[in-house]
Design a protein around this ligand. Structure first.
Ligand code: NA7
Length: 539
């Protein structure tokens, strides 16, 4: 090295990511009097809501639940326009929060943290960015998102395609011209569904490549009036605490009555009511037995299959779009608006890749077993390295000098999805084995996790200590508890899902999210905090 490196900047904390979690994390730590630097790879705030600007990108949680609870003033002043806001509205909201609380000046945009090394002598993190900045921080908080690292296109020759191509999570801000074009969409998860239903009437011809048909719920998405907003606001004080007690962080929860003990008409009534809500209530707010009892899940599956089939004109197309091979609720259930009707259009074609496999991509399109499809645009809605990707893509080296990537290669482990043994003062949100990783209305869980992390940091400082780290036995117990809960769920038994790591070659097959519920998880976290972070070592 020819140049002398300048001394790293000394800060109390580095916050990585300026999405939903990162903004609140920054706000909390600044309020606690810490000297904080925040780094964000994007050129603006929003995280998921900055990057995912594909046509139709929209929240699957109601706006009154998909927001921050920490400021009554914010709750009073922000006017949501729709029940389920689209990406631009959520991005505007997050920009408003950023400016409203004076956060922007603390964030360095367009900059990735590339490595973080724990120095055993000083018990501080040496953080390096792709712009060559170096910082020494006592605390390192990774608010890097659970679905933020897209998977590369999975087909041979994808780089040879001469048309326009893009993963949905990297949609260019200037947009892609789709009008009248021949468009391929690969993937029919929550993202693919939103893209397909939104662009069907704009494109010339669209071919959808589907591997697995999903169960979906029709979204009811009215524009909100002042009266709607007044009703929402009146409910906030009660809702604020309540969402932290439910199974999935929404304002609804499971019917406490066992499914098996109810007459058929009553079961049907509850299911119909959940369905009519046009939200995830049908899944997360009717009968909890759907998560554990294969017979109940089958009844739900039939309920949804019938409703899907009824909307598709061509029975052969319906056969492909009606899910089979897994039960309702064992994979993410997307909300949709006019998705099935898109397949009734003459310009929309469906290829089931199980019958007609994609062989490769070439300069002009996609070659399947049955022939060649010419395209102007190929859209990959092929998902993410969920839960772990953001942490394993940065060189984070703990006490033993081992990266999290290498440590997790032989088994993903965390303590409550918040910390990892061997990585003192490293905190994360949406980490593996917390409900936030999959089974949560995300802002509810981020609110709780950021609060816990901020309190943990306050605890270290109040004690005049240098570092906090979960003990090895605490971590082992958490994993054991996590697995105990997971093994009774149908979700864990459904192998083919990003919930279980199955969408990434070589990834450990294990349920990524804690399935014990948001309420019980919060109680466990609260208990640790109330007992002075029992099970965690202070040094
Ligand atoms: P998902 O839910 O992981 O969906 C990815 C889709 O891409 C899914 O339909 C996959 O089929 C499909 N896919 C992936 N690889 C291939 C190949 N090789 N061939 C054909 N099809 C493929 O990602 P999303 O972005 O939709 O949603 C992620 C989360 O973001 C979502 O759950 C919400 O919480 C928000 P598969 O189902 O694996 O057979």
């Amino acid at each position: 090295m020819s140049e002398m490196q300048t001394a790293p900047q000394q800060v109390d904390a580095v916050v990585v990511g300026a999405g939903f979690a990162g903004l609140y994390q920054l706000h909390r730590l600044l309020k606690q009097g810490l000297n904080v630097r925040s780094f964000e790879a994007g050129n603006g705030v929003g995280g998921t809501w900055y990057w995912n600007r594909y046509p139709g990108a929209r929240v699957d949680s109601q706006s009154h639940l998909y927001q921050y609870w920490f400021s009554d003033e914010l709750l009073a002043e922000w006017n949501w326009g729709e029940r389920f806001p689209a990406q631009p509205e959520t991005e505007r909201y997050l920009n408003h929060v950023c400016d409203r609380f004076g956060l922007r000046e603390h964030i360095t945009f367009g900059t990735r943290v590339t490595s973080a090394d724990f120095d055993n002598a000083s018990e501080r993190w040496l953080v390096t960015t792709d712009k060559g900045e170096r910082l020494s921080a006592q605390f390192l908080v990774m608010n890097t998102g659970g679905l933020s690292v897209p998977l590369p296109p999975p087909f041979k020759g994808h780089e040879t395609f001469k048309g326009v191509t893009c993963h949905t999570s990297h949609w260019p801000s200037e947009g892609i011209d789709l009008d009248g074009k021949r468009v391929a969409v690969v993937g029919t998860g929550a993202t693919g569904i939103q893209v397909i239903q939104t662009i069907a009437d704009r494109v010339g011809e669209m071919t959808v490549f589907q591997r697995t048909a999903n169960y979906t719920i029709p979204m009811r998405n009215p524009k909100l009036t002042d009266a709607d907003r007044a009703t929402m606001r009146a409910g906030y004080p009660a809702m604020k605490g309540h969402v932290q007690k439910t199974f999935a962080g929404f304002d609804f929860d499971f019917d406490p009555r066992p499914f098996a003990e109810l007459p058929a008409e009553e079961r049907q009534r509850v299911m119909e009511e959940g369905w009519a809500d046009g939200s995830l209530k049908f899944w997360m707010g009717t009968f909890g037995d759907v998560f554990f009892d294969a017979g109940v899940a089958e009844i739900f599956s039939d309920f949804v299959r019938d409703r899907i089939r009824a909307r598709i004109n061509d029975p052969k197309v319906a056969d492909k779009l009606v899910p089979k091979g897994h039960s309702f609720g064992t994979r993410r259930v997307p909300l949709e608006t006019g998705y099935y009707e898109a397949f009734n259009r003459s310009n929309v074609h469906l290829v089931d890749v199980n019958e007609d496999a994609i062989l490769h991509v070439d300069a002009t399109g996609i070659q399947t077993a049955s022939g060649h499809h010419d395209f102007d645009v190929i859209i990959y809605a092929t998902g993410f390295d969920a839960g772990t990707g953001a942490l394993t893509s940065i060189d984070v080296r703990g006490r033993a000098g081992v990266t999290i990537r290498d440590a997790w290669a032989s088994g993903i482990r965390t303590t409550m999805g918040l910390q990892v043994h061997g990585y003192p003062n490293l905190f994360m949100t949406m980490g593996p084995y917390s409900p936030a990783a999959a089974f949560c209305n995300v802002p509810t869980c981020l609110d709780q996790q950021v609060d816990w992390i901020s309190d943990a940091i306050a605890h270290v400082r109040a004690k005049g200590a240098r570092a906090l780290e979960p003990m090895a036995e605490t971590e082992a117990k958490w994993l054991e508890h996590n697995d105990e809960v997971a093994k009774i769920t149908l979700v864990a038994q459904t192998n083919h899902s990003w919930y279980t790591g199955a969408n990434v070659a070589g990834k450990e097959r294990r349920l990524l999210a804690y399935a014990g519920g948001v309420g019980p998880y919060r109680e466990l976290c609260d208990d640790v905090r109330a007992r002075g972070f029992a099970g965690f070592a202070l040094t």
